[in-house]
Ligand binder design. Sequence first.
Ligand code: GLA
Length: 402
Amino acid sequence: MKKYAVLILLVCQAPFLSAQDMAETPPMGFMSWNYFGTDISAEKLIEIADAMGATGMVDAGYDHIFIDDGWQGGRDNKNNLIPDPDKFPEGMKAFVDSIHKRDMKVGIYSDAAPLTCAGFTASLHFEKQDAKTFADWGIDYLKYDYCHAPEDVETAQTRYTTMGDALKESDRDIVYAACEWGQRDPWKWVSDAGAQLWRTTYDVRDKWKNKSDDDNAMGIMDIVAINAELDEYAGPGHWNDPDMLVVGLYGKDGPSGDLGGTGATDVEYQSQMSLWSLMAAPLMVTNDVRDMNDATKRILLNEDILAIDQDSLGKQAKRKINDDTWMVFVKPLSDGDYAIGVLNKSDKGQKFKMKLKGLGLAGTYNSFDVWSKAEKSKLQKLKDTIASHETKVWRLSESQKP
Ligand code: GLA
């Protein structure tokens, strides 16, 4: 009798176990929105996928093509979602197959209302049917947006749960990414609705900082202000998502170029990469990977910063200091090392000096600067000159216990 009870328990838990195993590290890839907007096509995305293979991005871990808004062509006479035939002439299954053949996965996009943010057909009342369609196409990830939906949290919980349940019932593991922009504290409830990650803010624009009165015009620093406070909610299978990387966009026209998104400097882009990695964020590049300059490649392909983002312990860094000049982050890593990030927020270069004890690290440490690759041994304090808007990141290994 007892044996059967255990068996039933195991069988009943099986789908949930597999769902919990999804997105054990923050998802990575290319997301179409900031560069292409709705002007996407199978042809362009396959070019991007090929460029990602050729430049080493797939090997570095950027293994998804995330199709954002604008792929939809409505519903057929059986109400099945169909892609726009001009953009995906061979159909979506053929597109997904061609990406899978390149050892990459595919993300798709819908919305918990009748229409998406850009006004295309969305999934409200068709959740089960659409989840099945996505599974049949071989989709690996769903970004589920919240435009044209009521503001209250109860409706959001119901709508996200309905799609979460539909995905669980589909016969495929599909990572579920909620996108209600952090407006209803999704970090507190949306993983119960089945999501493995959730946007914490409005859309990132291609700039360092918002200088207007418009809360929607967020730059890198405005996003950090919100996301850095949410470290306790992150971990394997449940991630804060501070939106896409703008690294290498240099003020490109399009969604991230709106609302004053006129571009940032390479130092600032490197800071975004550093801060996103310290915060264990999903890394969705949005620049044209078919045409990357050396600075962009150096930032996106730095394996030491990527190892910090993708560390299997899955801790988001704690922000220990946030004064007028400095932000200091500490991220424990799976091998016992610590990643320390120091951002100079001010408008001029500054000398940074701090005892490691002040960050709770009482021993003696060897340090490795993940950007300059400089190594130092037997440290009890950190000391360096840090440029305006630069984030230094060190990996510290204990060389002597306190
Ligand atoms: C919202 C989302 C963006 C993007 C667009 C698409 O603004 O927050 O990330 O998906 O919709 O229309």
